[in-house]
Design a protein around this ligand. Structure first.
Ligand code: ME8
Length: 507
């Protein structure tokens, strides 16, 4: 049986259109999903939309639209994002779907059966924008720590006995040091759990837009318990079969740092209380700013990811987002930064190198390129064999979600290819040593193929253009082709530029 891998994004609120931050998390999930598929894993990549709760109900009201119709409309913008960004998600879950409602209710029932739910009265602060209960000491000047306004709330509520899970959670973090990443977030969560953990209100009896509490149709589930359950619904919960277990045991939740507490504290507690294992890993990435400023609607500086793709091209945007912000840290967007990456890394480094090699092979060996391994010189081996070995380094970096570092390694290889062209000077060999020329061109062709394999999770269209130019079948564009495909049959044609340069002036 193949190794399984399950990667998820947060399910996004349908109160607004997607922005660069949503595209970023989904893109990161796509890159790791594509990498794992190319590396022989059976992958499930899930994304979707979070459609219940007060925030959505108010947004629909503002638009004067019926709730479900409003959700259908906004959710469509998020599923369109998959097309625009070439995301390879295997599923798209919506929390208003019957499969999810049944699954979330089943989880609630397990929590109830295991004695983890009781009824009481909640009185305290609530932030609708964050859909979060906020404690007295967290409120400052009438605002939650996120800056969102809070409202006082008093109502009958079901509670989850979170306080009873404090020791179990700490024990779990201790036994699973990689559960929360990066390390800084892990420390933050451990100190939060070590401080007092209060029981959590998990229902709303004053609103109706939500999943009914089993056995009490006057109340709906708190939107976060509903939302978190999506990760299970998409695997078919409450049915627990071999496939469920294979994926769940290899699950990775990618989230932004804003929602780490829900994922790393509440979620594992709910799961353990329902008799399930926590996910394997939660990785919280950082925050994008726009020209150094926090991105917000009120500042009017929200970046529309679809507009970026229209302006700069899809693979250009995918590359920039993965390269410019180390996963886990914060990063900044500006037009100057993306233009710099396109002109320098894509047009000059990657584009020119591929162009140089394809031009050479189309000129000197248009019918095909192959070498005899015994003819390889030390220089050839230094290039090609190093090219094979990069997969180990890249695999390690991808497992750590170090996308930016993996790209640096790939760019190091591109730089080696360029140097090799200069030192071997195939245009001279064409006049002096055609036997040697054959080997050099074949080593270059293979190196460009390896480059295509390495960039493919990040820039699938560009990689496929290169593989097409080298006539490599689509089912061979996988990591187990490394060091196996060494001969490439023609015809090779004079290539087109992969990346046009962009103007440095703001258009
Ligand atoms: O929180 N930079 O949904 P949401 C980077 N429905 N990432 C950003 C970002 C930014 N400036 N802004 C948003 C919710 N994100 C809940 C999740 S999951 C069970 C329920 C990304 O629509 C980042 O991934 O507010 C963040 O966690 C997510 O969008 C929040 O999306």
């Amino acid at each position: 049986m193949k190794n399984h891998f399950y990667v998820t994004t947060p399910i996004y609120y349908v109160n607004d259109v997607p922005h660069i931050g949503h595209a970023y998390t989904s893109l990161a999930a796509d890159v790791i999903a594509r990498f794992k598929r190319m590396d022989g894993f059976q992958v499930k990549f899930l994304t979707g939309t979070d459609e219940h709760g007060q925030k959505i109900a108010r947004a629909a009201d503002r638009q004067k639209m019926p709730l479900q119709a409003f959700c259908d409309k906004v959710s469509q913008n998020f599923s369109n994002l998959s097309k625009v960004f070439n995301l390879s998600n295997d599923d798209f879950i919506r929390t208003t779907e019957p499969r999810h409602i049944a699954s979330a209710q089943a989880m609630w029932q397990r929590l109830e059966e295991s004695g983890n739910i009781y009824k009481g009265t909640y009185s305290g602060w609530y932030s609708t924008r964050d859909e979060a209960f906020v404690s007295d000491d967290e409120v400052e000047n009438g605002l939650a720590p996120s800056g969102a306004p809070v409202e006082w709330m008093k109502e009958t509520s079901y509670f989850f006995k979170l306080s009873a899970w404090q020791d179990k959670l700490l024990e779990f973090y201790e036994d699973n040091p990689n559960f929360i990443a990066p390390k800084s977030r892990r420390n933050e969560i451990i100190s939060f759990v070590k401080s007092e953990l209060r029981d959590l209100s998990i229902s709303r009896c004053s609103i109706s837009w939500g999943i009914p509490v089993p056995g009490d149709s006057k109340c709906v589930m708190y939107v976060w318990i509903d939302a978190l359950a999506n990760y299970l619904s998409a695997l078919g919960y409450p049915k627990i079969d071999e496939e469920f277990s294979a994926f769940w045991s290899q699950s990775l939740h990618l989230v932004g740092k804003d929602i780490i507490r829900f994922h790393a504290v509440y979620w594992p507690a709910f799961l353990m209380a329902a008799g399930l294992d926590p996910p394997k890993r939660i990785f919280a990435h950082g925050w994008w700013t726009n020209d150094g400023q926090k991105i917000s609607k009120s500042l009017g500086n929200v970046i529309d990811p679809c507009d970026l793709v229209n302006r700069y091209g899809l693979d250009q945007v995918r590359y920039f987002l993965m390269r410019n912000m180390p996963f886990g840290e914060d990063g900044n967007f500006s037009d100057a930064l993306i233009r710099g990456r396109i002109n320098h890394d894509l047009a000059n480094d990657l584009g020119n190198t591929v162009q140089r090699v394809l031009t050479l092979v189309s000129k000197f060996c248009p019918d095909g390129a192959a070498y005899n391994a015994s003819n390889l010189t030390t220089d050839d081996k230094a290039l090609v064999h190093a090219g094979y070995k990069y997969i180990d380094e890249i695999r390690h970096m991808m497992d750590e979600l170090s996308f930016e570092q993996a790209l640096r390694v790939i760019w190091g290889f591109i730089c080696d290819i360029n140097k090799y062209i200069d030192t071997q000077a195939p245009w001279v060999l064409a006049k002096t040593d055609t036997k040697r020329l054959e080997t050099v061109l074949a080593a270059l062709t293979e190196s460009v193929f390896l480059t295509a394999l390495y960039i493919r999770p990040f820039m699938p269209d560009t990689a496929d253009k290169i593989c097409n130019a080298l006539n490599v079948n689509s089912d061979l564009r996988l990591y187990n082709s490394i060091g196996v495909i060494k001969s490439f049959s023609g015809p090779f044609f004079k290539p087109e530029a992969l990346f046009p340069r962009v103007q440095d002036v703001t258009s």
